[in-house]
Design a protein. Structure first.
Length: 324
C-alpha cells in the first residue's frame, strides 16, 4: 500500500524514487500527477503500467524553469510569450523537440513534438531538485476521473505505487489547457485550467479550434505514427526482405536471414519492451526493408499498449508511404 506523506517532508523520498526509475504521485495546481523521470524509459513505462493505460498516448513533460524548457523544446515567439505570461501555471505548450534533448521516446509516443508545462509548488521544487524534467499524466487508473486529493489517488492507485505526496486538494481541479503554435496562429488542442479567453487576451488574437494536424486527445494516433515499411504482426517466420522485431528468447523461423533484427526484450520483460518500442521501430524502419515482421507479444500488462501501438502501425494507411 502506498505511503501518504505531507508535501513538507516528501521531497527526499520522492526524489529517491524518481532517481531509482520509479513513479510517485504528486500534487500540482491542476490535478494530482503520476510522475516519472522523463529521461528514464523504465520510469515512463511504469507510469503507463501503474495507470493500466491500454495505449501509449503522448505525455506532458514538466519543467522547473525556462532554461530546462528551452533545452527540450524549440520556442517560437508566440509560445515564448505565452510561457512568460502563464508559467508557472496550468498551460501546456506543444513545441517541436530540440534534437538530443534526452527525453525518452515513450514520453512523446515517438512524436517529434513535445507537450511542455511548468507547474507550481511541490512539482516544480521536485523537478528543480531532480535537475531533469518529469512526465506526469493524471494520477488515476485509465478510464477513471482525475484525482484532486491524495486520498483519492491512494484509493485508486495505492496498491500499484509506493508514495503519494499530500499537498491537499488541488486548487484548479482541471487539467491544463493545451495550445500549439501553427504558422503564427495558436490552436487550442484541449480546453483546461486557463480559459481560452485569457489566452486570446494575452496574445491579441482568436484561437483556432478543432481539426489539427497534431494529436488532440489521448488515443488519436495520426498516420504519421506509421513507419515507411509495412508491418506484419504475430510473425512465426520471417522473409529475407523483412526486418524482424523480436520479443523474448524464441526466434521466428528464418531470423538469421532477416534484413535486420532488434529484440524488444530478450528476457521477455514487457516493461523493457515498452522502453525499446519506439527506438527499435525507427531503427528497423531506417534499414529500408519491405516490411517489419513482429514476433508475437503477450497482451497482459504493458503488452496491451505495445500491441495497440503495433496494430496501428500495421493498419492500412491513410497516406500511403512514398515509393522508396
Ligand atoms: P494528460 O497527461 O493525461 O493530461 O494528457 C496529455 C495530453 O497532452 C493528451 O491529450 C495528449 O494527447 C496531449 N499531448 C501530449 N503531447 C502532445 C503532442 N506532442 N502533440 C499534441 N498533443 C499532445
Ligand atoms: Mg487523465
Amino acid at each position: 500500500m502506498a505511503e501518504i506523506l505531507a508535501a513538507g517532508v516528501a521531497l527526499k523520498p520522492a526524489l529517491a524514487l524518481l532517481r531509482a526509475g520509479d513513479v510517485v504521485a504528486i500534487p500540482t495546481e491542476t490535478v494530482y500527477g503520476l510522475a516519472g523521470d522523463a529521461t528514464n524509459g523504465i520510469g515512463v513505462a511504469r507510469i503507463f503500467e501503474a495507470k493500466g493505460r491500454p495505449r501509449f498516448n503522448p505525455l506532458i513533460a514538466h519543467v522547473a524553469d525556462m532554461a530546462m524548457a528551452e533545452h527540450i523544446g524549440l520556442f517560437d515567439r508566440l509560445s515564448e510569450s505565452l510561457a512568460l505570461a502563464f508559467w508557472p501555471g496550468p498551460l501546456t505548450l506543444v513545441l517541436p523537440q530540440r534534437p538530443g534533448n534526452g527525453i525518452h521516446p515513450l514520453v512523446t509516443a515517438g512524436l517529434d513534438t513535445i507537450a511542455l508545462r511548468m507547474p507550481r509548488g511541490f512539482g516544480r521544487d521536485l523537478i528543480a531538485n531532480l535537475g531533469r524534467p518529469i512526465a506526469a499524466p493524471s494520477a488515476n487508473s485509465s478510464g477513471r476521473i482525475s484525482a484532486t486529493t491524495a486520498q483519492a489517488v491512494a484509493a485508486d492507485l495505492g496498491d500499484r505505487i509506493r508514495l503519494v505526496v499530500n499537498g491537499g486538494a488541488t486548487p484548479v481541479g482541471l487539467e491544463s489547457t493545451i495550445v500549439k503554435a501553427e504558422g503564427g496562429r495558436l490552436r487550442l488542442l484541449r480546453p483546461g485550467g486557463i480559459a481560452a479567453g485569457e489566452i486570446e487576451a494575452a496574445v491579441g488574437m482568436a484561437l483556432l479550434r478543432g481539426g489539427s494536424a497534431g494529436i488532440e486527445a489521448p488515443g488519436m494516433l495520426a498516420s504519421h505514427y506509421a513507419p515507411d515499411a509495412a508491418v506484419r504482426l504475430d510473425a512465426r517466420t520471417v522473409a529475407q526482405d523483412e526486418a524482424l522485431l523480436g520479443f523474448g528468447d524464441r526466434r521466428a523461423e528464418g531470423w538469421q536471414h532477416a534484413a535486420a533484427f532488434r529484440n524488444l526484450s530478450q528476457s521477455g520483460d514487457l516493461r523493457e519492451a515498452a522502453t525499446n518500442l519506439f527506438a527499435h521501430m525507427q531503427e528497423l524502419d531506417r534499414v529500408g526493408a519491405r516490411a517489419i515482421a513482429v514476433e508475437p507479444i503477450p497482451s497482459d500488462g504493458l503488452g496491451e499498449a505495445i500491441n495497440d501501438r503495433l496494430s496501428r502501425a500495421a493498419a492500412p494507411r491513410d497516406n500511403p508511404a512514398p515509393a522508396a
